[in-house]
Design a protein around this ligand. Structure first.
Ligand SMILES: Nc1ncnc2c1ncn2[C@@H]1O[C@H](COP(=O)(O)OP(=O)(O)OP(=O)(O)O)[C@@H](O)[C@H]1O
Ligand SMILES: [Mg+2]
Length: 320
């Protein structure tokens, strides 16, 4: 089994096609730009590409471009000689040199200060780096993968990112689709993550009732796989071996499910001036019809106790 199949859970055509291209480019030295919303697996993909490349036994150096202050970015990447600027008390080779022979992963590359972008472009064109205060450049053998959750094309059009660097970084662009667009992957990921975290915490795996699974499958997962992963870990800990129903799901998931499943017809009825009392009567009658008049079952369908249902039937003088 390849690193990709091992690391990436999911079998949707959308994910499979990304993995297919990643496998092809992994064996080359070509520069790759991975884009995708937060939590879609950009870092995981960069590391899988490195592990599947001829550089697998050499370092994978990750730089989070949004975490380095602008004043230090150049020296962090390219290095410096002692005394080349105030406070440089020793020689430092920089992260590009540290990745020599291996892979450099520029995470959140859209955040790289414009001043350093020019120098990075020169390095990509020539394969040479030159630290601050170094008399001459030196060759390094580094494969560059970068990632962004911004639309770098627009950033380039609007002058916040160098256009020439954008084209140089994305010799091969790879776009990880948001989880909500990966058909069929949500249940697969839920089951696999529940199993993974149950094993990790040594708990019995909980299971999802149909109603819960349906809501989870329809959830938009704005935080993508990261959100789903954290949700599964929480469920394993809270529901050790138990069944998880719709009512046990986090409020935001329940709310968005109810909102998205609010039947269009009901919304139309509001335009006709349907009152809440009419609506309640309508719902109670439907529940009673559905359960052939069984009040206990009808109460359960409506999320009420039998006493409350009886009270409401009496109040509205409802008959089936
Ligand atoms: N298809 C997948 N199968 C299994 N785990 C995955 C998958 N995709 C992502 N993950 C996991 O989800 C989490 C988030 O992934 P990752 O950090 O790679 O996302 P990202 O795109 O880099 O997010 P950000 O933009 O916020 O940095 C990680 O724990 C990663 O291992
Ligand atoms: Mg990331």
């Amino acid at each position: 089994m390849s690193t990709f199949q091992n690391d990436f859970i999911g079998s949707s055509p959308q994910l499979t096609s990304v993995i297919r291209s990643a496998k092809v480019v992994a064996s080359t030295d070509v520069t790759i730009l991975i884009s995708g919303e937060s939590g879609t697996g950009k870092e995981l993909l960069a590391s899988a590409i490195h592990k599947e490349s001829r550089r697998a036994n050499e370092p994978l150096i990750t730089i989070n471009c949004s975490a380095i202050p602008e004043s230090l970015a150049e020296s962090e990447l390219f290095g410096h000689r002692k005394g080349s600027f105030t406070g440089s008390t020793s020689d430092y080779d920089g992260l590009i040199k540290a990745a020599d022979g291996g892979t450099l992963f520029l995470d959140e590359v859209g955040e790289l200060p414009l001043s350093v972008q020019a120098k990075l472009l020169r390095f990509l064109e020539t394969g040479e780096r030159q630290g601050l205060g170094e008399p001459s450049p030196s060759k390094v053998d580094v494969r560059v993968i970068s990632a962004t959750n911004r639309d770098l094309y627009t950033e380039a059009q609007e002058g916040r990112f160098r256009e020439d660097l954008y084209y140089r970084l994305q010799v091969v662009p790879v776009e990880l689709p948001p989880l909500r667009n990966r058909s069929g992957d949500i249940p697969i990921l839920l089951n696999a993550m529940i199993e993974r975290f149950s094993g990790l915490h040594n708990f019995a795996p909980p299971s999802f009732k149909k109603s819960a699974m349906k809501a989870l499958d329809q959830h938009k997962w704005p935080g993508n796989v990261r959100e789903l992963r954290n949700f599964c870990e929480r469920m394993v800990i809270l529901f050790n071996g138990k069944e998880i129903g719709f009512e046990n799901l986090p409020l935001e998931i329940r709310n968005s499910h109810v909102k998205n499943n609010f039947p269009a017809k009901i919304a139309d009825l509001l335009d006709l001036g349907l009152s809440l009392a009419d609506f309640e009567i309508e719902l109670i009658q439907s529940a009673l019809r559905k359960t052939n008049g069984n009040q206990t079952k009808a109460a359960r369908l409506l999320g009420l106790t039998r006493d409350t249902l009886l009270y409401r039937i009496k109040k509205h003088a409802i008959s089936i």
